[in-house]
Design a protein around this ligand. Sequence first.
Ligand code: CTP
Length: 401
Amino acid sequence: MLHGRRILLVIAGGIAAYKSLELIRRLREHGAVVRCVMTAAAQRFITPLAAQTLSGERVYSDLFSLTDESEMGHLRLSQEADLIVIAPATADLIAKLAVGLADDLASTVLIASDKPILLAPAMNTRMWINPATQANVARLEKRGVKRVGPEAGALAEAETGIGRMAEPNAIADAVEAIFVAQATLRGRKALVTSGPTEEAIDPVRYIANRSSGKQGHAIAAALARLGADTVLVAGPTREADPPGVRVVHVRSAREMLAACEAQLPVDVAVCAAAVADWRVDAAPQKLKKTDALPVLKLVENPDVLATLAQAGNRRPRLVVGFAAETENLVAAARAKRAKKGCDWILANDVSTASGVFGGDVNEIHLIDERRTESWGRLSKRDVGDRLAARIGQFFERKAAE
Ligand code: CTP
């Protein structure tokens, strides 16, 4: 349910920190990737080694560590998270967050972040009901910070009262509720093409291209995270099937088209595959070496994007294509958008120097009928998230019309 979601768990210093270890397990069981930041006080209660072993990720604690700051600065820690969970959230860390103090890694990550935050407070009853704590929590909630707990029950110091940290299951449910509320594509069906196609020369040889499938797979994963019922039609790639996505594996352009048409109707189609423009008029038997060199006769392949964009009453409501160009990027992409009949085209430079083909980053210009929007250099995962969010907004706007 939390497939591929990246959660930054900030563990502050309280006895409830032992329950955070269980929380790490719960979140990972639901498919989340959990990275932990621990305060100095937290390390008096549980060890970084325990959090590291359970999360399978390095644990961060030192703002001034040269290695931590150069390998993974406080800005990146928050940038690479979809949600920050503070559990336990102590009176001290809540106060720091409320006034904006930044004197250790945990508080600096929090103030440097624009990501949603979930608090799981844990403290003694008197600390919780203290007007200072209550005012700080109210101030944070007004800013949109979410909270789960605290609960009433037995506290650590042989007392009972309100202040117990919510149980790990309840925190995991609250995490999920935050993502469900963001699922702007729930009830929508999405179709994505990805990867290269292989076109047979004879039964053992083929022509292909260097597409890795990374971008298309990242888009499918991002659409699924926003709740879309997502089908990925993938050519041969080394990419793993994205979690929460139904994957149809194909080889040739014609198989890709047939697999896509079989999925219609869909609300949105994103064609990110590098479909071979031509196939070979393939030999039924393996070509033999003879005196004459073989001549390959190329035949034009169907255009998956153009077929979907011009599918009449079966046309998806929103059709998005890519324009892989090596020169005159935006102008060529704009012309390609008109030629194919799609709604949006994402232009990217695929020249060797750009490192886009096969690499982990992409530089996108989104072109619609009126405007060009430049996204700068982003990871392919971030491009997926940004596109999925834009598609979510598109349907929200249509629903409001
Ligand atoms: N596309 C497709 N089927 C094809 C060729 C391309 O679905 N047979 C889609 C791609 O998935 C992409 C868009 O069309 O979304 C543009 O692909 P691109 O390779 O940039 O353009 P081409 O149509 O191949 O045109 P050209 O090679 O002339 O640039």
